[in-house]
Design a binder for this molecule. Sequence first.
Ligand SMILES: [Fe+2]
Ligand SMILES: [Fe+2]
Length: 207
Amino acid sequence: MADKPHASGRVAAGDASQRVGVEVLEARGVNVEVLREKLIDAIGAEFTTYYYYSILRMYLAGYEDYKEICEDARLEDRSHFELVLPRVYELGGSIPRDIRAFADRASCPDAYLPDDPSPVNVLEVLLEAERCAIRTWSEICDLTAGGKDPRTYDMASRILQEEIEHEAWFIELLSKERDGVIRPSGHFRRGEPGDAPHSKNRPFYNP
Ligand SMILES: [Fe+2]
Ligand SMILES: [Fe+2]
């Protein structure tokens, strides 16, 4: 019989307390605990942003085009949360049992409704939330790139693509609304609201 070099390794056969999926990351120099905690912070921001965007969107009343674009960003943040949530558990972690702790450790500030909820003020909040998301997922990409953790990298890079689109959308809208300057985002309409073309995990679970 041919040699089977991967048939066994450091984790003993039948040992359910260890994960080869974690061991291989450590062997490649990933600090799994640090990564896992950063993922929890990052999806805390996705989850809270989904909540805050729900409010922000309501106050864009009458600006139906802005509402629609905010809706895509809102639903895609929910998708980002759901895409990465299983990864936290695969890496041996858990989200906090208290949602208050989850919100507090989110890697981005709360996207509060401004006191004066004018379209310009709302768009500025949306824009800065997207920028925080780009910084967050870029850091996760950096920690996992180069073959160190292909699974997390794939998730983070797909989310990052959408966050970069979101920033471009809100730059376009804010530039026009506040400054009267045209800065096209290259936006194409999603197939349906919150389509999340890169990060949607629905097909895996409801084929
Ligand atoms: Fe997001
Ligand atoms: Fe976003």
